[in-house]
Design a protein around this ligand. Sequence first.
Ligand code: ZN
Length: 90
Amino acid sequence: MKQYINVMEEVVESLVTFMLQSPDYRLFCKCEKCKTDIIAYSLNNLPPHYVTTEEGRKNVFENLNTDKNREWVNKRIISAIHLVHNYPKH
Ligand SMILES: [Zn+2]
């Protein structure tokens, strides 16, 4: 792995990919540009969680994987999805 990684980035990337497959967003654009924008907007509204070891990465994953944390991360991703849908850059 890279010397340092932002675990929040990995979490948001996979959540955005997963959420865009939901029927709720079937009419939303899922092109690479919109997806990248959604991830960037979400990450601007979420705290970074940098780690330097695989163990640290696992710990952060576990910490983020509680109902409460998943809920506020999801909320920010959902607003990013709507923002990009309302103001697409293409
Ligand atoms: Zn698009």
